[in-house]
Design a protein around this ligand. Structure first.
Ligand SMILES: CC(C)(COP(=O)(O)OP(=O)(O)OC[C@H]1O[C@@H](n2cnc3c(N)ncnc32)[C@H](O)[C@@H]1OP(=O)(O)O)[C@@H](O)C(=O)NCCC(=O)NCCS
Length: 505
C-alpha cells in the first residue's frame, strides 16, 4: 500500500507569517515548488500557494512590503504520513486543493502535491487516481475545438466565429460547408469554385452504384447509409488518417459530404418502388437533394427552407455522434470508419430519432383543444413529449425559434397548430415539471418544415444526416490535424480479482 509518507516531499519548504511575499515567491521558485508552508514553532499554521501570489499580483500590491501572513490560507487541512495515497487524492481533488501539509504528532513533516500524485499515477489502480466524472460525461471538457460551440444558458451556438443562426439567415449551405472545412467564409470566387467542386462529386462511384439497389431495402435508410459509407471508403481506397496528407483528407471529406444526399435520396426512391434520380449539377446542394428525393425541382422558397434547416444542423458541440467521429479518428482509422460510427450514434432514439415522432404527436393530438389533456395524460403515463427539452439548452433552442419563423414564412400547413401546441406544452411542462426549463427543441419545427417541403417522415433523421456529416467531417479533420488517441478509463466495480479460474466442466 502506498502511503502519504511514500509520496510526500520532505522537508517541506517553510516560512513565517512575517516573511515578505517577494522572499516567499523567490524560495518557491528556487525550490520549484508550487507552495510554501507557513510555520510557527514547527506547526503548520498556514499555506501560501502560487494562486495566492497571483491574487496579490492581480491586486497590484508591492511584494516587497506585503507579508505572507496576510495572503496565506490559515489553518490548512492536513494529512497524516501513514494515510493511504488514495485518501490524499480524495482530499486534494474533493476540495480542489493542489497542496496539503503532512503533519505527524502536531509537527510538519512534509507536503503532498497533486504533482506527487500524478507522478505515481501510472503505478496506482485507476480508482485511486481517476477524476470523478458525472455519468454521461455531462459538462466534462474532453477536447479543444475551433469548429464551434453551444452556450446552453444563453440559447446561442456558433460555427467558427459566426452565429449559426446568422449564417442560416445570410449564407448558402455550400458557403457554410466551406467555412466548416477551411475555417473562414469563402470569397465570391472561392464560393463559386467550391459549389462547382461539390456539385461535380455527387455521383455515386460505380461499385456502390451497382450495389445500392440490393442494399436499399435492408433495414432503415440510416442502416443503408452506414453500410454505403463503409463501401464507399473501401471502393475509393481511403487510408488511415494518420497515413494521408491533410489535403487528401479534405478531398475525401468533400466527396463524402457530396455523396451522402445522393445515397439517401436513391435509397428512399428504391424503397418506394421508383428509379433513383440522377443529381443535377446546376442545382445547389439543398435543391438538388429535394430534386433527387421527389423527382421534381423544388420552388426556390422550399429549397431555401430546407437549406436553412441544413445549415442550422451542421454541428452542435460535442454531441454523441460528433464525439464518436472524433474518437474513431483519434485511432487513425479512415474517414469512412469515423462517419460509419457517427451514423450509428445518430441512429439512436436519444440522439437523432425525434422529428418524426414530434409530428406523430401532432397527429395524435389532432386539434388544439385536445392538447392540454393529451399532454397531461402523456406525462401522467411517464412519457416524454417529443421535440421538447434539451440536455444543453435551458432556454429557447435558437434552432427552434428560427425554424418556427421559416415554417411561418413558407406557410407550412401545420404551423398554426404546431404553435398552439408548443405554447400549451411549454405551459403544462412548466406546471408539471417545475424548474426544468423545458422548451421546444430543434426537432419540433424541423418536422413541420420538412413535412411542408415534401420530405417524408421516414427521411427526417436521414435528412439531418446529410448536413451533420459536414460537421462530423470537419471535426474528424480537426482531430486528425492535432491528434492524440482518445483513451479514457473506467472504474472497475465487479467482483474483486484475481479469482482462481475454474477448470472447464
Ligand atoms: C432531450 C432529452 C433527452 C434531454 O434530457 P436530459 O437533459 O437528460 O433531461 P432529464 O432526462 O435529466 O430530464 C429532466 C426532467 O425533465 C423532464 N423532461 C425532460 N424532457 C422532457 C420532455 N420532453 N417531456 C416531459 N418531461 C421531460 C424529465 O422527465 C425530468 O423530470 P423528472 O426529474 O421529474 O424525472 C429530453 O429532454 C427528452 O427526452 N426530450 C424528448 C426527446 C427529444 O425531443 N429529443 C430530441 C433532442 S434534440
Amino acid at each position: 500500500m502506498t502511503t502519504v509518507r511514500d509520496l510526500m516531499s520532505t522537508p517541506a519548504l517553510v516560512c513565517g507569517t512575517d516573511t515578505l511575499l517577494a522572499d516567499a515567491a523567490h524560495r518557491m521558485r528556487e525550490a520549484e515548488s508550487g507552495s510554501i508552508i507557513v510555520v510557527e514553532e514547527r506547526k503548520a499554521i498556514g499555506i501560501l500557494t502560487e494562486r495566492d501570489l497571483l491574487r496579490a499580483a492581480a491586486a497590484r500590491l508591492d511584494p516587497v512590503s506585503e507579508r505572507v501572513g496576510l495572503w496565506m490560507t490559515p489553518n490548512p487541512d492536513t494529512l497524516g504520513p501513514e494515510e493511504e495515497a488514495g485518501a490524499a487524492w480524495a482530499s486534494l481533488s474533493h476540495h480542489h486543493y493542489r497542496h496539503l501539509p503532512v503533519v505527524d504528532a502536531g509537527e510538519l513533516v512534509g507536503v503532498v502535491s497533486i504533482r506527487d500524485l500524478f507522478a505515481i499515477a501510472s503505478l496506482r489502480p485507476a480508482d485511486e487516481v481517476a477524476h470523478e466524472v458525472p455519468r454521461g460525461l455531462e459538462g466534462v471538457i474532453v477536447s479543444e475545438t475551433t469548429v464551434g460551440d453551444v452556450r446552453g444558458l444563453e440559447g446561442f451556438y456558433h460555427y467558427r466565429q459566426y452565429s449559426a443562426v446568422e449564417l442560416a439567415e445570410k449564407r448558402s449551405l455550400e458557403d457554410v460547408w466551406f467555412l466548416m472545412f477551411a475555417g473562414a467564409l469563402p470569397t465570391s470566387s472561392q464560393s463559386a469554385d467550391f459549389r462547382e467542386e461539390t456539385a461535380s462529386q455527387r455521383v455515386l462511384p460505380p461499385g456502390l452504384d451497382s450495389l445500392l439497389p440490393s442494399l436499399a431495402r435492408q433495414g432503415s435508410p440510416l442502416d443503408v447509409l452506414r453500410t454505403s459509407v463503409s463501401l464507399l471508403g473501401a471502393e475509393l481506397g481511403w487510408q488511415a488518417t494518420t497515413d494521408i496528407a491533410a489535403e487528401t483528407l479534405r478531398r475525401q471529406a468533400t466527396q463524402l459530404c457530396a455523396v451522402v444526399p445522393t445515397i439517401l435520396a436513391a435509397t428512399h426512391r428504391i424503397r418506394s418502388g421508383f428509379e433513383p434520380v440522377a443529381p443535377r449539377q446546376h442545382l445547389a446542394s439543398a435543391a438538388n437533394y429535394l430534386w433527387m428525393l421527389t423527382g421534381e425541382e423544388p420552388s426556390a422558397e422550399r429549397a431555401r427552407a430546407i437549406e436553412q434547416y441544413l445549415i442550422l444542423t451542421i454541428d452542435h458541440g460535442f454531441n454523441s455522434s460528433t464525439f464518436t467521429a472524433r474518437v474513431i479518428t483519434s485511432t487513425g482509422a479512415d474517414l469512412a470508419a469515423a462517419v460509419c460510427g457517427a451514423i450509428g450514434a445518430l441512429s439512436g432514439p436519444l440522439h437523432g430519432g425525434a422529428p418524426s415522432r414530434a409530428l406523430d404527436m401532432l397527429d395524435q393530438i389532432g386539434t388544439p383543444d385536445r392538447a392540454d389533456m393529451w399532454i397531461r395524460d402523456a406525462i401522467g403515463r411517464g412519457e416524454r413529449i417529443m421535440g421538447f427539452g434539451h440536455r444543453v439548452y435551458k432556454t429557447d433552442d435558437p434552432r427552434s425559434l428560427f425554424l418556427r419563423g421559416v415554417a411561418r414564412d413558407i406557410d407550412a400547413p401545420l404551423v398554426g397548430f404546431a404553435c398552439d401546441v408548443e405554447r400549451i406544452v411549454v405551459e403544462v411542462l412548466a406546471e408539471l415539471k417545475p424548474g426544468h426549463k423545458l422548451y421546444a427543441n430543434v426537432e419540433f419545427f424541423a418536422g413541420v418544415v420538412m413535412n411542408a417541403c415534401g420530405i417524408p417522415r421516414q427521411m427526417f433523421t436521414p435528412t439531418f444526416a446529410t448536413s451533420r456529416v459536414i460537421g462530423w467531417a470537419a471535426q474528424a479533420m480537426e482531430q486528425a490535424g492535432d491528434n492524440r488517441l482518445i483513451r479514457p478509463t473506467a472504474r472497475y466495480v465487479g467482483p474483486p480479482p484475481p479469482q482462481p479460474v475454474p477448470a472447464p466442466g
